[in-house]
Ligand binder design. Structure first.
Ligand code: GTP
Ligand code: MG
Length: 458
């Protein structure tokens, strides 16, 4: 099926900027007849109607609802296909008050535009070939980027890095497929020779490249979306001190009384370039009273749900029963805190369980760089290579893995000397998985799933 079969170019409109008072707000209108529809509500201060203007030009004027002036706006005209959606478009930059923005939108809806659904502008851009699927998804990442590194990644993806890599992979896989199919279908013909061992090498190389891109999912997710992280440990080991150090401000109350933290205290911080959604929790112990007991329960729930556990230990004291049971929760990073005090801990049980053991003094910040390194390593942010783009969704990862497996299976079939048409079956599946990843020949449900996560106006 083609994704174009339900394409409908009716005129849609939406506020593209966030709700709230600001200097300006942008209202987007797109679709067949969008410019004429806007002329129905827009009176230019000078010059002719929008319909008489070229694409990429602006006009100052008034939006009027009947006799009533609603707002003075700047209208930018875009003509198909040179617009974000690939359709005729008008963008009104109006004054940014919540009420006035809504009135302008309402006026447009009364004139016959339809309120756009979430992601509908980007979906049209994709259906009109203005954006590859991976680029459209990256637009969302650009909007939601919350760290410098996330924005850099999102921009590179929006620039089409993944799509170019997918195209190259597809072309090279298809070239091998043509050779193999020719060999299978016309064994007696003289076809340009692709020696078997060379075909095998190429297939394995292509498979590795697919798997490498599929492997960027975790790291990309860590860098863009952030990692659910819990700081856990026995009472009084310095969890809240560490939280405050990472947050750069006094987020949690610190005191030398064990059992200070009861509620889960949350803060989003950037550590080693990775966005961590931190939760500081109550100290794990057999709490003497009810409120703290509830806090310990909440801490345990967070431990179950977190993707990253930073276990904190007091380096000046021997390991206790709570420390040992925390180690059973498989923390990826152990912080041996209070390293300014004389050492009283045996770290070997910790080293047996945790991939990264970092000595720190949370009070002074000593060891913070080592913690940042551990965070980068654990989350896959370290060595993250997005030269060929990165895999931003589970759907893409699934397609790339299927492609990688198909290519490898084809390679093995040829290597073991099976008939070429056996390898061709796997190879065809790999090519179609690559197409699916790039958004070619995918069903409406997949497309809708992707775009429905967008905000209205995008
Ligand atoms: N010497 C030293 N003291 C520290 C360090 N980190 C924290 N402390 C002290 O240890 C005590 C407990 O710190 P908190 O951060 O409140 O510990 P916590 O693990 O959050 O404690 P609870 O919330 O009660 O479980 C405070 O007196 C801190 O000043 C450190 O690196 N060195
Ligand atoms: Mg605390």
């Amino acid at each position: 099926m083609t994704p174009h079969n339900t394409y409908n170019s009716d005129v849609i409109a939406a506020v593209a900027t966030p709700r709230g008072n600001a200097a300006i707000a942008v209202i987007r209108v797109s679709g067949e007849g969008a410019i004429a529809l806007c002329d129905g509500v827009f009176t230019p201060k000078t010059g002719g109607p929008l319909a008489s203007r070229r694409g990429w030009t602006c006009a100052l004027g008034e939006v009027r609802d009947g006799d009533e002036a609603v707002d003075t706006v700047v209208a930018t005209v875009y003509r198909a296909p040179k617009s974000y959606t690939g359709e005729d478009c008008v963008e009104f930059a109006c004054h940014g008050g919540v009420f006035v923005t809504e009135r302008v939108l309402e006026t447009l809806l009364r004139a016959g535009a339809r309120q756009a659904r979430g992601g509908e502008f980007s979906k049209r851009a994709f259906l009109n070939g203005r954006l590859a699927l991976s680029e459209a998804e990256a637009v969302m990442s650009v909007v939601s980027a919350r760290s410098a590194e996330a924005l850099k990644l999102a921009n590179r993806q929006a620039g089409g890095a993944l799509d170019r890599a997918l195209k190259a992979l597809r072309e090279e896989a298809a070239a091998v497929l043509i050779h193999i199919s020719a060999e299978a279908d016309f064994p007696e013909e003289e076809i340009p020779e692709l020696p078997r061992n060379e075909a095998v090498d190429r297939l394995f190389d292509l498979s590795d490249r697919c798997m490498k891109i599929a492997g960027t999912y975790e790291g990309g997710l860590a860098l863009t979306e952030g990692v659910e992280t819990v700081i856990a440990g026995r009472a009084n080991v310095g969890k809240s001190t560490l939280m405050n150090l990472l947050a750069g401000r006094e987020r949690s109350i610190v005191s030398d009384v064990p059992g200070t933290t009861r509620d889960v205290v949350e803060s989003a911080v950037v550590c080693g370039g990775v966005l961590l959604r931190l939760a500081d929790t109550a100290g794990l112990r057999d709490a003497p009273e009810e409120i703290e007991r509830r806090g310990v329960e909440l801490a345990n729930e967070r431990l179950d749900a977190a993707s990253l556990i930073i276990a904190v230990f007091d380096g000046s004291e021997p390991l206790g029963a709570e420390d040992l049971s925390l180690l059973k929760r498989a923390p990826q990073i152990a912080v041996i805190n209070k390293c300014d005090k004389p050492r009283g801990i045996d770290v070997s049980p910790i080293e047996d369980e945790c991939a990264f053991v970092v000595e720190m003094c949370a009070k002074t910040g000593e060891g913070l760089d080592a913690l940042a390194d551990a965070v980068r390593a654990v989350t896959g942010a370290d060595g993250f290579d997005d030269a060929d783009g990165w895999c931003a969704s589970l759907h893409q990862r699934d397609c790339l893995r299927r492609a990688g497996e198909g290519l490898a299976a084809a390679g093995f079939a040829l290597k073991r000397g099976f008939e070429a048409d056996i390898a061709a079956v796997d190879l065809r599946e790999a090519v179609s998985a690559l197409d699916e990843c790039a958004g070619r020949n995918v069903g409406e449900d997949v497309i809708d799933g992707i775009f429905s996560s967008f905000c209205v106006g995008k």
